[in-house]
Design a protein around this ligand. Structure first.
Ligand SMILES: [Zn+2]
Length: 385
């Protein structure tokens, strides 16, 4: 906004919501470069933890997800800049909520926001909240004003290397995402003594996403595709800074006993349409026997990774109480026993497994059990997680 001299980089006096003079902080120390180094090591440790996990359970590594603080500028009684029928506080919230959702949909992250609705938050509340939570990074989202055009972003003038890296990861990705929708001037990476940048204890960047009082900019801000692109650019920059990698492609596939070329079983396995809980047209059944004669579901796994494996079976009090299901994982076969007397007609998770890429027999329903009752093989669903 033009009346916020340091926020928008515009000259002039004003109410400086983001521009508390340094003495206003009571003479307390400025951003602590060593504190940032500590923070940076924490992030690197968390990232490394994905490979060298301190805790490993059921073959799956758990590491603390990175803590991302999103600050939608203004809100409540503070509309921020206004122009062309738009309010800054509404635009910053729209971008920030989409940013949160995009991050959550694509990566394992911990997110906190200074607000998720149209409420008033002081600048002190925002930085105190982020500091108390122990955020790994902070991004403050704003819309510019003052008659200029384009996108610019800010870090604190004496920010440490981690902050510079965050800034350099964010800026070009946001710009590129904006330019996928419309023509946007690059006003560059800048520095300023803003409250949000100065009083936060973690790498922090403030973005000024076009000028609300410039007609062409406002037209882009009225375009929902532009808002989404802006949010996506922020998400991509944060993910790149944290080394989260590209989002895994979503993948799920279902193999039924009737799926051509994807199910094999010996002649000992009968075919039934007895239960209305069947998946597809029919299902297969066999008597238990202390010998190896599994029915196999073949699944094409597109890439190595973690997948949730589920099975569907019809159930009946006379079916098997402990039907062994063999899952061929990247580290060898794992067997999960399923009580098929109940719980049928729905997907049941066998668990999440690390699987190798390739088209292979993934799930085998074994007859080799001492439990009585028919063993049922009906369908398998595999989803990347
Ligand atoms: Zn603002």
């Amino acid at each position: 906004m033009s009346n916020e001299p340091l926020e928008g980089g515009q000259a002039g006096a004003g109410g400086g919501h983001a521009a508390l003079p340094s003495t206003a902080a009571g003479g307390r120390p400025r951003r602590d470069a060593r504190g940032h180094e500590v923070q940076r090591r924490t992030i690197l440790a968390a990232t490394a933890g994905l490979m060298v996990a301190p805790w490993v359970a059921a073959g799956r590594a758990f590491a603390a997800p990175p803590k991302i603080y999103i600050d939608p500028g203004h809100g409540g009684t503070d509309a921020g800049a206004v122009g062309n029928g738009l309010q800054e506080k509404a635009l910053t919230l729209a971008i920030s909520l989409q940013l949160r959702d995009i991050l959550r949909a694509n990566w394992t992250v911990d997110i906190r926001m200074s607000r998720t609705s149209d409420i008033t938050r002081s600048l002190d509340y925002r930085t105190s909240d982020a500091n108390a939570w122990g955020a790994d990074l902070l991004v403050s989202v704003h819309i510019n004003a003052g008659g200029g055009t384009g996108f610019e972003s800010y870090r604190y003038p004496t920010a440490d290397a981690a902050t510079v890296r965050l800034h350099q990861n964010l800026h070009p990705r946001i710009l590129a995402a904006m330019r996928s929708v419309g023509s946007v001037t690059d006003r560059g990476l800048k520095t300023a003594n803003f409250h949000m940048l100065r009083e936060s204890n973690m790498p922090a960047v403030l973005t000024e996403n076009l000028f609300i009082d410039t007609f062409a900019d406002a037209n882009l801000l009225k375009n929902s595709a532009f808002i989404t692109a802006t949010a996506r650019g922020h998400a991509q920059g944060i993910a790149a800074y944290l080394g989260l990698g590209d989002p895994p492609p979503s993948y799920t596939t279902t193999v039924d006993n009737a799926t051509a070329g994807r199910f094999t079983a010996s002649a000992n396995w009968g075919t039934s349409t007895f239960s209305s809980q069947r998946h597809g047209v029919d299902y297969r059944y066999a008597n238990p026997v202390l010998a190896s004669d599994p029915a196999w579901f073949k699944v094409n796994i597109p890439a190595a990774g973690n997948y949730r494996v589920e099975v569907w079976h019809a159930s009946d009090p006379g079916y098997n109480a402990s039907a062994p299901h063999i899952v061929v994982t990247a580290s060898g076969n794992q067997t999960v026993n399923v009580d098929q007397r109940s719980g049928g007609g729905a997907w049941r998770s066998l668990g999440t497994f690390n699987l190798a890429a390739g088209d292979y027999n993934l799930v085998g329903v074994s007859r080799w059990t001492s439990a009585a009752g028919y063993v049922i093989a009906d369908a398998v669903r595999v989803s990347r997680v």
